[in-house]
Ligand binder design. Structure first.
Ligand code: C2E
Ligand code: MG
Ligand code: MG
Length: 754
């Protein structure tokens, strides 16, 4: 129960006494001496009750005394709850306090009270309580209802006085009731405020206790601990009973601060309202992070009354963040810095070199034939090899160098502090790369039972040489690496300015290639294939690009770029469509085959076989006229898949020829695995006929093995009669080359004269 302050009571008493005195003076003379003395007594008791009690006792006193004073059967003080219900605060009925007070007010009474503030039956309203069965059942014949309103005229509840007889209220009952109602309103407000405070306190306490991860402690202004939640017990290792009443500096070790620092912090909190800091500790070898906040507690009057300390163990969150940052900066497979990190370090190295006037070098390294290892032994072995190579590269580099993985089988090494003289710096870079190259080529990597060795091609770009950016340096090193690849494998190449020009040309070509089909800049030439008698039996379709500024381009100028960018797939489809749509024209002169070159990436398109099938069916051409020329590059992929695709088309009647045979890595015996019809002996072998005896032996072997395997043989690049005679004499039956005809347009095909 909330007791009003003494001051308040005295004040209220004074007001009441004054009001009672006024009313007493106005009282009408009593008609009956007994009822008068009873009434008077009841009235005085009522006034005393109002002045002397608070809280529930006040309400209980009031209902009893009002009942007495009015000579009623029952009085009830009802309160409107937040939920819009009515709750009986106190009720007396037939001389007894009612525990479970009624919780409703009859509709007609309610309406009257709301409208008039005060209601009295039967004097004012003549209807009985037909809409209230409970009142009717009680046989209520007299009733007074009055609204309890606060200072803001908000309805808090009602006082209801009921009687089984018509009520004859005492003189000035209305004025007296108004005083009672005012006092009751004040009491109800006080109760309500008290309840709200208790509810809030309970809620806050619940929140603080239920927080299992945030440790919360509160102190007074002298840092004496006044509150300590269960999470704080867990985090700081002290029980609440041990610390309540102690000062925070006494626990300073656990809150991560020494006492002098803590006092400094307190001054900051006083000035700024809050302070945040982190504590890093090692627990069982693991780093633990606690995030702490100290706040100033200010009361409603703006007075500082204490501090709260909130601490949270953020180790998990920090570790997750660190992992995310790590993943964004490092390669998951090799744990080496990734491209992004390497670029950041390159930017730093570049500006350091510019500031201190020395040189650096960026080394781009691409593994040789990594793809074949991946394809033939599987990705798990490929991954293992990359990890082993990453370690190898780190072993071969100096501590100050950055070794990073920037792509599938591509690594970049940054040499950041070389000489300030170009020659000496390039010498240092070369020595560094040579030692890496040696270690790499001599290391045997043992991966899942496979003993693997590998080499790499290296491109080196020195910097700074002008106002280049980090991106320029990376591109230069990449360009030099491509050049090294082109020089054979296990090579090293420095970036030179003319490479830059070549790289730019290539980039331009790449852009132009994207428009080549819309702009209809491609066309096909056909090179005849003849038999021993010089009769044209077939043709090979060969691509040409009429470039708007660079003139006529041959395939080797643009096919590799088209393959790199993937645009070869669309170009290849165009070639096939064009050939198929011209077949009728081509077969006029008893030509039995049209050879079309197919790039590996075109062949490996999922819908390649379907596309070809669709084309020949649509154009209604004999599929056996089509000879698809594939290269040995196709064999590094999954052989079963290759064979399946070839067989699918072969069932249609399409035939297959192995182009440029002898330039790749497959031997003739490998060819047995493929359902081929023919082999084309590469023109480099044909070219050396009559030049090198060993080459001639090789050509003879190829011819006899092809015959042995039941494959047809075409010799390409035949330029001389000598070459033709040699090949024809060894059993070769088909020939292609400038000796018979250069590639020509369809309408200029003429039978060569042998
Ligand atoms: P390839 O399939 O080996 O084609 C033969 C190449 O040898 C053609 O070069 C042809 O012009 C050239 N040639 C023919 N006879 C002689 C000769 O007596 N002496 C010399 N030195 N060369 C001769 P071209 O047209 O430059 O084609 C080069 C390569 O480009 C082709 O080699 C082929 O691999 C590729 N290619 C051509 N057209 C296409 C195509 O439509 N798609 C694809 N994917 N590749 C194509
Ligand atoms: Mg070809
Ligand atoms: Mg060829």
């Amino acid at each position: 129960m909330l007791k009003p302050s003494m001051q308040q009571l005295l004040q209220e008493n004074k007001v009441l006494r004054q009001r009672v005195a006024e009313l007493e003076q106005q009282r009408e003379p009593p008609s009956d001496s007994t009822s008068l003395s009873h009434l008077e007594q009841a009235f005085h008791t009522l006034v005393k009750g109002m002045a002397g009690w608070t809280g529930q006792a006040y309400f209980d006193q009031i209902v009893c005394r009002l009942c007495d004073w009015f000579g009623a059967d029952g009085v009830c003080i009802c309160l409107f709850t937040k939920e819009g219900k009515v709750r009986g605060v106190s009720e007396v009925r037939n001389g007894r306090m009612v525990q479970e007070s009624e919780d409703r007010i009859p509709g007609s009474l309610w309406k009257n009270i709301v409208e008039q503030g005060i209601f009295r039956y039967p004097e004012v309203a003549d209807r009985p309580f037909a809409d209230d069965p409970q009142l009717a059942q009680l046989g209520v014949k007299g009733l007074v209802g009055i609204a309890i309103k606060n200072m803001d005229h908000e309805m808090l509840g009602v006082i209801k006085i009921v009687s089984a007889r018509p009520l004859h209220p005492p003189t000035h009952w209305q004025s007296i009731l108004e005083v009672v109602v005012d006092r009751t309103a004040a009491e109800l407000e006080r109760l309500r405020a008290g309840r709200t405070l208790r509810e809030r306190t309970a809620l806050l306490d619940g929140i603080l206790k239920s927080s299992t991860s945030v440790a919360i402690a509160a102190t007074d202004m002298n840092l004496r601990i006044t509150y300590y939640n269960p999470a704080a017990e867990k985090m700081f290792g002290y029980k609440a009973v041990e610390v309540i009443g102690k000062t925070v500096p006494e626990l300073h070790v656990r809150v991560g601060m020494d006492s002098s620092r803590l006092r400094q912090v307190i001054e900051i909190v006083k000035a700024k309202g809050e302070y945040q800091y982190g504590v890093e500790q090692r627990k069982n070898g693991e780093k633990n992070y606690t995030e702490c906040h100290i706040f100033l507690i200010v009361d409603t009057q703006g007075e500082s009354v204490g501090f709260t300390l909130m601490a949270e163990d953020v180790s998990e969150r920090r570790r997750a963040m660190e992992l995310i940052v790590h993943q964004a900066r490092f390669d998951a497979l090799t744990e080496l810095p990734n491209r992004r990190t390497m670029m950041e370090r390159l930017v730093q190295a570049l500006s350091r070199c510019r500031r201190h006037g020395h040189l650096g070098a960026l080394v781009y390294l691409d593994l040789d034939h990594f793809k074949s290892i991946n394809d033939s032994l599987g990705h798990a072995v490929g991954d293992g090899l990359l990890q082993s190579i990453a370690q190898c590269l780190q072993r071969a580099s100096r501590r100050e160098d950055t070794v990073s993985r920037v792509g599938g089988d591509e690594f970049v090494i940054l040499f950041s502090e070389l000489s300030d003289k170009l020659e000496a710096a390039s010498q240092q870079a070369q020595v560094g790369v040579d030692s890496i190259r040696k270690l790499l080529s001599s290391t045997l990597h043992s991966i899942q039972g496979n003993e693997l060795s590998t080499t790499a091609s290296f491109g080196i770009a020195l910097f700074p040489t002008g106002d280049e950016t980090a991106g320029d340096i990376l591109r230069r090193a990449d360009t030099a690496m491509s050049r090294a690849k082109g020089m054979g494998r296990n090579e090293l190449c420095f970036f030179l300015p003319d490479m830059q020009r070549a790289a730019e040309r290539r980039l331009k070509l790449q852009n132009d290639l994207f428009h080549v089909l819309n702009r209809e800049e491609l066309h096909l030439l056909y090179q005849p294939q003849v038999d021993v008698g010089g009769r044209i039996v077939g043709m090979e379709a060969l691509l040409r690009w009429r470039h708007p500024t660079r003139g006529l381009l041959l395939p080797h100028d643009f096919i590799p770029v088209a393959e790199d960018t993937g645009i070869i797939v669309a170009i290849g489809e165009w070639v096939l469509e064009t050939v198929v749509s011209s077949v009728r024209e081509l077969v006029k002169n008893s030509i039995s085959r049209i050879a079309v070159n197919v790039s590996p990436c075109q062949f490996f398109q999922e819908d390649f076989t379907k596309g070809v099938e669709h084309l020949v069916i649509e154009a209604d051409v004999d599929p056996s006229l089509l000879m698809l020329e594939i290269t040995e590059g196709i064999m590094v992929h999954n052989l079963d898949d290759v064979v399946q695709k070839m067989n699918h088309l072969k069932r249609l009647g399409v035939r297959f020829s192995m182009d440029d045979f002898g330039t790749g890595y497959s031997s003739l015996s490998h060819l047995r695995h493929l359902p081929l019809d023919e082999v084309k002996i590469d023109h480099s072998f044909v070219h050396d006929i009559g030049v090198s005896l060993s080459n001639e032996r090789l050509v003879e072997t190829i011819i006899s093995m092809a015959v042995h395997l039941g494959l047809d043989l075409v010799a390409e690049g035949v330029e001389t009669a000598g070459q033709f005679d040699f090949l024809a004499g060894r059993g070769c039956k088909l020939f292609q080359g400038n000796y018979f005809s250069k590639p020509v347009t369809l309408d200029s095909i003429v039978e060569p004269l042998l």
